[in-house]
Ligand binder design. Structure first.
Ligand SMILES: Nc1ncnc2c1ncn2[C@@H]1O[C@H](COP(=O)(O)OP(=O)(O)OP(=O)(O)O)[C@@H](O)[C@H]1O
Length: 603
């Protein structure tokens, strides 16, 4: 259904992908010229082979059958034979070196394209990453990489030689008999037009639908097999088999249609080739009857036809491959058009943070596609070494406050200064390196625990890693694991609990030794023991650093120097816990009471 609405060939996508490919070709000018020259030489050798085959037949039939070793006819035949062998060897060598060069060209291109795509994706905005599935981005890149190989092979190894061959054959036959040249040129063009139209307009849409059902069949299989325990629990095996059978029957119907169309396409193409053969042979025979062609000429025309046929037969398939590679590469090429994230100003220098003072100076900030700014003319200063809690209802603007300090978004107006330096003017990686963050849901790479902990200081020694883990109350549980610090985090045998992950992230922050620490408190319910261990670790981490704690449970921020209470992006109250809790009808007091502390306070 979907395929019917799609244009049979998306010219814009083709142009866009072709421009992308040519841009990468131009990075290897010598290699691409070598490929073109070698392809030209190979085709030239192949195109003149039928001509010399004809000459060989003429030499063999000349001289009234006198084929003595000393006869002129024999000499002529032997030298033509030698020439034919040389042409064969030349063609083989030229094809071999073309292949070799295409291989290197493609490998260089794929490496380049993959690295550039990775580099680009890493720098795309936080919003872009929030809106994209990691799996589909990976698929987009890997599929595009392999499509590039198909694209190179189709253009350089199939279509380029085919076109050269067609041009060469038309010229060579046309020089001998102009009528034959016209016949071959026009016939081939007609054949290509029909083959391409049938392949793209008749076979490809059916293949597209059949592929969709193929994917659905795979998806249904994976779904049912992955949920096998559920199927078993409900005794639903036959129900699943019936569902699968329905999909198989649709797949069968559409695949049968695709195969039938391919067969018809093949039949039409073969029929056209027979017509072309008949036309060429008839013309050759007619020239022979009029004494304008020798027996060798007939052999020349026949051999030329068979060489040409080899190229023409595959044209439809090559064009279909071209279309497939365009489809698969399109998503990769579109990555280049995605709006990039935050850019460094030209000449931006690394930030130097010594004291850790953070100042929001009349900040106005608005998320994209949101009508109202979240922060309007917002000012606050956090003193060096101060420990500040960010408090407020869900959606009040606590996480955004942290993201703005990390410069994950640019402001609409105002400045954020750290130690007097405007963060929009400095190198953003230097800024983020000096802010250690323990996220709400700490992310860990599928690498060893030691590597995960040392992520902020890759050259850390084992002793430093263990010391940081001890400070984060993580050493004990890591040391108890069978592989200790070498344990792979994603290893199926090892499942870190939420509290353990948090402590690994705190150990990572210890090693990063940044002057500013951000703790995005975990919302998940931790058991009492884990909470105490994390609280202790966080308190140790805060010593001597400017600390911001985005708090969801007020119990964690009571002891901090100052609390900033947010409401819809406004700072509605600030002060210590003791002061705020005394204020009647304050937002903080309401939050505090809601969290069940009211009773405790009164007691
Ligand atoms: N990327 C975004 N695009 C548009 N709006 C956003 C985006 N991120 C957050 N918001 C909106 O901005 C407001 C503040 O969100 P923020 O995440 O800063 O709140 P929060 O106080 O940290 O909430 P929570 O306690 O639930 O984490 C919310 O209304 C939210 O919907």
């Amino acid at each position: 259904m979907m395929a019917k609405k799609k244009p049979w060939f998306d010219m814009r996508a083709f142009k866009c992908v072709l421009v992308f490919t040519v841009r990468y070709w131009r990075k290897q000018p010598v290699r691409i010229s070598a490929i073109a020259t070698l392809a030209l030489l190979a085709t030239l050798a192949e195109v003149v082979t039928p001509f010399f085959s004809g000459r060989l037949v003429d030499a063999l039939t000349a001289g009234g059958g006198d084929m003595g070793l000393k006869s002129a006819a024999w000499h002529h035949a032997a030298s033509t034979f030698g020439l034919l062998i040389a042409l064969g060897v030349g063609t083989t060598l030229a094809r071999h070196f073309t292949l070799h060069n295409i291989m290197v060209l493609t490998l260089n291109m794929i490496s380049d394209v993959a690295s550039n795509a990775f580099c680009r994706v890493q720098r795309l905005s936080t919003d872009w990453h929030a809106n994209s599935f990691a799996g589909s981005t990976v698929h987009r890149i890997t599929r595009g990489m392999w499509a590039l190989e198909l694209m190179n092979d189709t253009l350089l190894l199939a279509l380029l030689p085919s076109l050269l061959m067609l041009g060469g054959a038309t010229i060579l036959l046309g020089v001998r008999w102009p009528l034959m040249g016209v016949l071959v040129g026009a016939g081939s063009l007609l054949y290509i037009t029909v083959a391409v139209s049938l392949s793209l307009g008749y076979v490809a849409p059916a293949a597209h639908i059949s592929n969709l059902w193929d994917t659905r069949m795979g998806g249904r299989l994976a779904d049912a097999i992955a949920c096998n325990s559920l199927v078993k629990a409900f005794g639903a095996e036959s129900r699943e088999e019936a569902r699968f059978a329905r999909i198989v029957s649709k797949w069968r119907k559409h695949t049968a249609r695709m195969w039938a169309r391919s067969t018809t396409n093949g039949g039409v193409q073969s029929g056209m080739l027979v017509l072309m053969q008949t036309a060429m042979l008839s013309a050759a025979l007619w020239f022979r009857v009029r004494d304008e062609a020798s027996v060798g000429d007939i052999a020349f025309a026949l051999t030329m036809f068979y060489v040409l046929q080899g190229y023409l037969r595959e044209v439809g398939m090559h064009v279909r491959n071209l279309q497939r590679s365009v489809n698969d590469m399109q998503q990769l090429v579109l990555l280049e058009r995605e709006r990039s994230g935050i850019e460094d100003r030209p000449g931006a220098r690394p930030i130097e943070i010594r004291r850790g003072e953070i100042c929001f100076d009349r900040v106005t900030f608005q998320y994209d596609k949101v009508r109202e700014p979240l922060y309007k003319d917002f000012s606050v200063t956090i003193a060096p070494g101060e420990r500040v809690g960010l408090v407020g209802r869900s959606g009040a603007g606590k996480t955004t406050f942290i993201k703005l300090i990390q410069r994950l978004y640019d402001l609409s107006d105002g400045r954020i200064r750290i130690d007097g330096q405007d963060i929009s003017q400095v190198e953003q990686t230097s800024l983020r390196r000096q802010i250690a963050i323990v996220q709400q849901e700490p992310l860990l790479f599928h690498r060893s625990l030691a590597e995960n902990i040392a992520y902020g200081k890759p050259d850390a020694t084992q002793a430093e890693i263990e010391q940081a883990s001890a400070l984060a109350n993580a050493h004990e549980f890591i040391a108890a694991l069978p592989n200790g610090y070498a344990t792979l985090v994603g290893d199926r045998g090892v499942k870190l609990s939420g509290g353990e992950r948090q402590r690994v992230a705190i150990a990572r922050a210890f090693l990063a030794d940044a002057p500013i620490i951000i703790l995005d408190e975990a919302t998940s319910n931790l058991d009492g023991e884990s909470e105490v261990l994390i609280q202790q670790a966080m308190e140790r981490l805060m010593v001597g650093r400017t600390t911001l704690v985005a708090a969801h449970r007020l119990s964690t921020v009571r002891a901090l120097d100052r609390l900033l209470v947010f409401d819809h992006g406004r700072l509605v109250e600030e002060g210590s816990h003791d002061r705020l809790v005394q204020l009647d009808d304050s937002t903080y007091r309401r939050l505090f009471d809601q969290q069940g502390f009211g009773l405790a306070r009164e007691i």
